[in-house]
Write a protein that binds this ligand. Structure first.
Ligand code: NAD
Length: 354
């Protein structure tokens, strides 16, 4: 690949990383009518190059990335043939990466963890993406430190508090490194969709009383979030993001309630909204949404990667607020959906610089 590609390293070779890698090859073939940004700041999706990858599952570690993304328990289906990449998945530090329930399906490798900093430096990666399971706090800490020590940018797809933690942001800022996060907001996922519906109801004068968004999914992440603490962490970032779309307090519940392996990488969300309309009439909305989890996340991740590249080129450091606010559920600061999107486009065009 060309020297001016965007070189990324990924921690976690699950369904999201599978969709990311597949998208690089799929969009090299065309299909641009499906994209909001065929080019972002001049970069196409196939300008992204994965140059290093870390996982802890014995069926992925030691494999070429093109094979590892289709190894069990990943179940994101194949949409494109991928040639050998030459990138061999390396053993990461296990720490708290594998939740208790997930140990039924993840086969933890006996290999020793590699020297993350040395691997990142030798790969030429410009940024590290955390695609580890929800709630991998200690593992993420190890990867964050490695990114700092290797002197590269950071994208946190997970709900761990990293970019919304001042002390970590300060460390990146002091090293002149940019970062974006926390908790990726999928392209057409539960959170953005729910916020959009609530915002329209509010604009139209409906007072929302109660709302929930509960889903079941068949990906490993669904199993991971059966763990109470991990589910609470994920639920909190989703619920806070949704609550902020209304200017008043209301009852919001949002999150995964069960794991059904036969759903594969699908996530099935059930939405319920109850509000009060004109002359006191009830407004009740009941929706069922079926999405493919990995694809939905990767759609936002390819924009996040290209936006972080812009930040690197401009020499920005610390949290890049406009990008965090538009593409993540738990950014350091909150704006409405439309303000966030405008801010993001102003950042990409150069009208705003942070
Ligand atoms: N739609 C989306 O895909 C989406 C949206 C928003 C946020 N996210 C977040 O992205 C993350 C990844 O999602 P996913 O669906 O790919 O999860 P996944 O469970 O499919 O994949 C996680 C991978 O991490 C590996 N892993 C476990 N411990 C590790 C460690 N210590 N070091 C390196 N790898 C380790 C697992 O073996 C697995 O391959 C999750 O935190 C999720 O909350 C995903």
């Amino acid at each position: 690949m060309a020297a001016d590609n965007i070189k990324v390293a990924v921690a976690g070779v699950g369904n999201l990383t599978s969709a990311l890698l597949q998208s690089i090859y799929y969009y090299a073939e065309g299909h641009h009518e499906e994209l909001m940004h065929p080019r972002l700041a001049g970069f196409a999706i196939n300008d992204i190059e994965v140059v290093a990858a870390f996982d802890v599952d014995s069926r992925k570690v030691g494999q070429d990335l093109s094979d590892a993304i289709f190894a069990s328990p990943n179940n994101k289906h194949k949409v494109v043939e991928i040639p050998k990449t030459g990138v061999i998945v390396k053993m990461g530090p296990v720490l708290d990466g594998v939740a208790d329930y997930s140990q039924e399906v993840v086969e933890i490798s006996n290999e020793q963890a590699v020297d993350l900093v040395a691997e990142l430096k030798s790969s030429g990666a410009e940024m590290l993406i955390l695609n580890t399971p929800s709630g991998s706090q200690e593992a993420n800490q190890a990867y964050v430190q490695a990114a700092l020590d290797a002197g590269i940018g950071l994208i946190n797809s997970t709900p761990s508090a990293i970019v919304r933690k001042n002390e970590i942001v300060r460390q990146f800022a002091s090293k002149g490194l940019p970062m974006i996060g926390d908790d990726l907001q999928s392209q057409a996922g539960g959170t953005i969709f729910h916020k959009g519906v609530l915002e329209v109801l509010h604009e139209q004068g409906v007072k929302v009383d109660d709302t929930y968004q509960l889903d079941v999914s068949g990906g490993l992440e669904g199993l991971t979030t059966l763990d109470y603490d991990r589910r609470t962490l994920k639920r909190t970032t989703k619920e806070n993001s949704i609550k902020r779309s209304l200017p008043y307090e209301t009852n919001v519940a949002a999150g995964t309630t069960d794991y059904l392996d036969f759903l594969g990488s699908r996530r099935i969300g059930h939405y319920w909204i109850k509000g009060l309309g004109f002359l006191g009439h009830d407004v009740k909305i009941d929706i069922r949404m079926v999405t493919d989890d990995g694809s939905n996340g990767a759609a936002s991740l390819v924009d996040a990667i290209r936006a972080l590249k812009v930040a690197l080129r401009r020499g920005l450091s610390g949290a890049v607020d406009t990008v965090c606010t538009h593409l993540f559920k738990a950014p350091p600061s909150y704006q409405s959906r439309t303000e966030a999107m405008e801010g993001f486009h102003d950042f990409i065009s150069g009208e705003r610089n942070s």
